[in-house]
Design a protein around this ligand. Structure first.
Ligand code: GDP
Ligand code: MG
Length: 162
């Protein structure tokens, strides 16, 4: 079976945009409105001749009820089923309390994590990305999922984690 990569993070940080960038197609649903990816959706991807599965998930918000809680549960299931996780943070916003809570959840799960500092569309965003060292997950990979900037280095790190 192919190794499985789960893509997790808060709503609207760019998870589905990153998934589309990695699979090279526009299949994951990108929305300005947060929380549109309700369920786990799996795609096949490859990089440097290695194939893997990539799972797009809905995001979390802390202390939410109803449908959003079930979205959070889907993301937790996705982590359980994954060999490695890409944790996507919006570098233009910085680490929020929700992001910190997700870090705790990731630590409990004990899976290898690659930290994606997304929405770094140009060199001026690199400093924003560097602040995410504070999450304690190692190097924040500065990426623009929208334009493709930095995704090669991120994918190299993903292959090492898988
Ligand atoms: P998700 O909820 O985490 O799956 O986020 P989406 O992929 O649906 O993206 C949410 C919004 O962020 C959309 O308007 C995207 O176009 C935008 N977005 C995603 N990645 C980037 C990026 O690298 N740079 C910028 N500027 N916007 C992005
Ligand atoms: Mg999405």
């Amino acid at each position: 079976p192919l190794p499985v990569l789960a893509v997790v993070g808060r709503p609207n940080v760019g998870k589905s945009t990153l998934v589309n960038r990695i699979i090279g197609r526009r299949e994951a649903v990108v929305e300005d409105r947060p929380g549109v990816t309700r369920d786990r959706v799996t795609y096949e991807a490859h990089w440097n001749g290695r194939r893997f599965k990539i799972v797009d998930t809905g995001g979390w918000e802390q202390d939410v009820l109803g449908i959003d809680a079930s979205v959070a549960a889907q993301a937790e299931f996705a982590i359980e089923a994954a060999d490695a996780v890409v944790f996507v943070v919006d570098a233009t916003v910085g680490a929020t309390d929700t992001d910190e809570a997700v870090v705790k959840l990731l630590r409990r799960a004990g899976k290898p994590v690659v930290l994606c500092a997304n929405k770094v569309d140009g060199p001026s965003g690199e400093a924003d990305a560097a602040t995410l060292w504070s999450l304690g997950l190692g190097e924040p990979y500065a990426v623009s999922s929208l334009h493709g900037r930095g995704t090669g280095d991120l994918l190299d790190a993903i292959l090492e984690a898988l």
